[in-house]
Every structure is written in C-alpha cells, then in structure tokens.
Design a protein around this ligand. Structure first.
Ligand code: FAD
Ligand code: NAI
Length: 468
C-alpha cells in the first residue's frame, strides 16, 4: 500500500495531523507502537492527571470546605482503587474516541514500532516481532517525549517513580518527595497533598514554575503551602536510594556546601523535565541528526533537513504542550497541500492545573523588563470578587501587562479558580492586538471570575479598577 502521508506517533500532534491530512484528501496512515492511541497526553499525561486532579479536589473540598458550606458528611474516606478505576475509564473513553476519529476519517492505523527504511519506506514492527513495510510519499514524525531520569536516581518504578507510575498508586502514600517544582511536580504533588500525603518539593531554581510570571510562582507557592506542601528552593537532589518499602532522598543546598537535607519517604517522584523520544526511529537511515537537546531540527515549515519529512510536537523545539503539538499537526498537513498556515507561538498559553489554577500568555513581567519594553501593570485580586467569595475561592489574582504608550495587551497572567478557561479570552484579545482599554470596556457577566480580568485591564489602562 502507498500512502500520501504516514504519521509516526498517535499523540495529540500525530492524531490531529492525521485527521487534518485526511480532511484535505490525503491517503493517510498512522503508526503507534503501543496498543492504544492518544500518546502521552491521553494515556499517561494530560487526561489521567486531570482526572486525578479533579477527584482529589473533590475529596479535599469535602474534607476542608463542605462543613462551612453547611454540608455535614460522615465517614469521609478516600477509595483509591475506585479513583484509579475512574481515571482509567476516562482514559479508555478517550482512546475509543480517537479510534473512532481514525475510522471516521478513513485513516489506516498500524500498531507497532515505526522506523525509517528510507525516506519513502516505513517498517512497522509489532510487539510480537512481526514486521511489515509501507510506502509513503511524505512522513510526519510525532514521536513525543519521555521523562528524564538520571541514572543515579535509581529509577525502579516502585519507590522511585515518574509521572507514569504516579498516576497508578493504589494506596494513598504517607509521604513523597517530588524532585522538580515544575508543572508535573506541582500538579501531581497537589493530587497527593489533597489526599493527605506529606509532600515535599525540592526545586533547583529560586522559584517554582520558573518559566511563568514570578507573581504566579509566588501566589501558587503560597496556596500550596496552605495545602501543607513543603518547599525547598535552591536545592539540588543528589542521591535517591530506594529500599523495599522506603526511599532515601538527599538534597544539597546551592548556597551552602555544608547544608544537606535528607528524607526517608514512601515515594520519590522524579519530575525534572522530559526528553524528545526518537529511540529506534532509524533517523540515521534518512540522514537526520538530532540537535544538542536530542530534538529533531526543523525549519519554519516544520520540515526536517530531508524534503518530505516533517516533525511536530514534543520531539521538536518549543513548549512541550498538547495544544502546541496539535497546532503543529494542522500546520504541517496544510503545508503539505500547499496552503500557507501560521502559528503564533508567542500566544500559546501555559496552564498549570493546580487549585488555584495558573495560566499565562504573552510576555511575563520579567521578560518585558529584560527587553526594556515600557509597560503598565494592572492587577486585581480574586478575593475582591463576589463570585470568589461565594465559592470560597479567594486565592489568586489577574495581572494584565499593557504597553505604556500604545496600551496593547502584552501579557496576561492569572492565578485563580478556572484560570485555565479564563486565559482563552486573553489569547483571543491578544490575537486581535486589543488594548487594555478594549478589554476593560467589554461587558463581563456578573458574578464571574472573568470580572477580575476586566478589573485588571481597567487597572492597567487607566489605574481605575472599580472594586478595589
Ligand atoms: P506524545 O503525546 O508523546 O505521543 C507520541 C506517541 O508516539 C506515543 O504514543 C508513542 O508511543 C508514539 N511513538 C514514539 N515512537 C514511535 C515509533 N517509533 N513508532 C510508533 N510510535 C511511536 N500538556 C498540556 O498541554 N496540558 C496538560 O495538561 C498536560 N499534562 C501533562 C501531564 C503529564 C503527567 C505529562 C507527562 C505531560 C502532560 N502534558 C500536558 C504534555 C503533553 O502530554 C505533551 O506535550 C503531548 O503529549 C505531546 O504530544 P506529541 O504528539 O508530540 O507526543
Ligand atoms: P519542568 O521543566 O516543568 O520542571 C522541571 C523542574 O525541575 C524545573 O523547575 C527544574 O529547575 C527542576 N530540576 C531539575 N533538576 C533538578 C534537581 N536535580 N533537583 C531539583 N530540581 C530539579 O518539567 P516537568 O514538570 O517534568 O514537565 C515536563 C513537561 O511536561 C513540561 O515541559 C510541560 O510542558 C509538560 N507538562 C505540561 C502540563 C500542563 O500543561 N499543565 C502538565 C504536565 C506536564
């Protein structure tokens, strides 16, 4: 069989690319090494982590907030096997959804490890070792990423775990050290802290979620400390030693050579970043060399140095985000048929699904300072909102950064209830290059959390927030 396009990897980058290719009339194949579609995001990433975040937040609210709401509960307890079962069902439903979309769009699915024989020939080796080959005109590599675990962290998948195992713990742990105060560490750290685990986060840098605006780091850390999470910033974990039932973790202070911290805990979650995954892809057979970070180099059309071979998602440069991978999937499909698509990378939002949630788009305040761009900040705290008082979600703020002379919105940073959904308004306005005054003059329903965005915009444009 000869295909117009073969996509290797069925994560959000790969399967979305496949759908768009098929919509554009291309005969499309997709190759996936696991027996289920959806990649990291659907199987061991975005979706299962959000399922556990939601379940644990329900428990936390029932435990800590229901009584204040006037709801008395007796014998509240966590049923961890049920929580994991529901999470697995959510994943399965989504697997079926992607399978359905492949069928609906007449995309041929091949289960097995894909590798290049040459530029137009892909070998697919099944888990039982059987191999078949298909011919293809173009290839899109969408092979994603895997967790980084240094060898000296003794990753045994039992006591020393990554996000993959952390999504399947069947008994609430007593204690857990999380290495890395990034997105995974804080999301999964929140899950377990809410369920009653003593969570200790060790972060190498000066602040958590270091890529986001510093005000967001501060606000989130405050909220997570209230949840009982312990933080050790400017510490590097140097030793991780598992035994049968415990793991010893040692961290070294970056400021004082003689200062070491050590914990004996039930689990050590390693969440220090992810690496592009290209193992066994046969890139050497087509003459593609990886860059210094193990990524596949691509040009502005997301084409590799080999004409007709493209790469998207976590395996190339840029943020490791599902929605970034999806945009790139659509972009490449449209490029292949000769269209002129565009991705505005600067306006891809980042979200952390803790509670409160954190979301940001555009420049951070630190970036504007560094670039010497004149700006006006406008801030509004959630606790001044009627909606936030009604729901008892008082933590957080919205910060709007507008250009000092033109008033154009340059960045929006939110910590607060439903920040993940609220950021979409900022993205839309920034896509249309709106001013802070434009945002401030739009009607926002009352009472909603989005009023904080209107108020922060008022503060940025003319220092005239109404409710503070
Ligand atoms: P992947 O989703 O990694 O998919 C790659 C696929 O390719 C895999 O299925 C793999 O098996 C397959 N593959 C690899 N090599 C081969 C081969 N040779 N042959 C055949 N198949 C192959 N991002 C967000 O935007 N929001 C979130 O809330 C979020 N939460 C996350 C939570 C966790 C715990 C983790 C780990 C990640 C999270 N991410 C989130 C990141 C997100 O999962 C990734 O950015 C996204 O999955 C990248 O998509 P992709 O298509 O590039 O690759
Ligand atoms: P990350 O890059 O977000 O954070 C890793 C953190 O670990 C960094 O702050 C780093 O300074 C720290 N670190 C590194 N080595 C250390 C050491 N030895 N000791 C102490 N700290 C150390 O990586 P993370 O959390 O693993 O996530 C990987 C990717 O997955 C992210 O790039 C993110 O894009 C994606 N993701 C996205 C989510 C979302 O969009 N909500 C959720 C989860 C993951």
């Amino acid at each position: 069989m000869t295909y117009d396009v073969t996509i290797i990897g069925s994560g959000p980058g790969g399967y979305v690319a496949a759908i768009r290719c098929a919509q554009l009339g291309l005969k499309t194949a997709i190759v996936e090494r696991y027996s289920v579609l959806g990649g990291t995001c659907l199987n061991v990433g975005c979706i299962p982590s959000k399922a556990l975040l939601d379940s644990s937040e329900h428990y936390h609210n029932a435990h800590k907030k229901f009584q204040t709401h006037g709801i008395d509960l007796k014998d509240l307890k966590v049923n961890m096997p049920q929580m994991i079962k529901r999470k697995n069902e959510v994943v399965l439903d989504n697997n079926k959804g992607v399978e359905f979309l492949m069928k609906k769009n007449k995309i041929d699915v091949f289960y097995g490890h894909g590798s290049f024989v040459h530029k137009n020939r892909i070998k697919i080796t099944s888990s039982s070792g059987n191999a078949e080959e298909i011919e293809t005109s173009k290839v899109i590599i969408a092979t994603g990423s895997k967790p980084i675990v240094p060898a000296n962290f003794n990753y045994d998948k039992k006591r020393v775990i990554t996000s993959t195992e952390a999504l399947n713990i069947e008994k609430v742990p007593g204690s857990m050290v999380v290495i890395g105060g990034g997105v995974i560490g804080l999301e999964l750290g929140s899950v377990y802290a809410r369920l009653g685990t003593k969570v200790i986060v060790v972060e190498f840098l000066d602040r958590i979620i270091a890529g986001m605006d510093a005000d967001c780091s501060r606000e989130l850390m405050k909220s997570m400390k209230n949840l009982g999470v312990e933080f050790h910033l400017r510490h590097a974990v140097t030793e991780v030693t598992p035994s049968k039932s415990k793991v010893t973790v040692v961290a070294q202070s970056r400021d004082d050579d003689s200062k070491k911290l050590s914990w004996d805990v039930d689990y050590c979650l390693v969440a220090i970043g992810r690496r592009p995954y290209t193992d066994g892809l046969g890139l050497e057979n087509v003459g593609i060399a990886l860059d210094e970070k193990g990524r596949i180099p691509v040009d502005e059309h997301l084409q590799t140095n080999v004409p007709g071979i493209y790469a998207i998602g976590d395996v190339i440069q840029g943020a490791m985000l599902a929605h970034k991978a999806e945009e790139e999937g659509v972009f490449v499909a449209e490029t292949i048929v000769g269209q002129k698509p565009h991705i505005h990378y600067h306006l891809i939002p980042s979200v952390v699904y803790t509670w409160p949630e954190v979301a940001g788009v555009g420049y951070t305040e630190e970036e504007l300072k560094e670039k010497g761009v004149p700006y006006k900040p406008g801030k509004f705290p959630f606790r001044a909102l009627g909606r936030a008082r009604a729901s008892m979600d008082l933590d957080g703020m919205v910060k709007v950064l507008a250009h000092k002379e033109t008033d154009e919105i340059l960045g929006v940073h939110i910590v607060g209830a439903r920040a993940a959904d609220m950021i979409a308004e900022a993205v839309a306005l920034m896509e249309f290059r709106a001013s802070a005054e434009d945002a401030a003059r739009m009607s926002h329903a009352h009472p909603t959390y989005t009023e904080a965005f209107k108020e922060a915009s008022l503060a940025a444009t003319a220092n005239r927030a109404l409710h503070i």
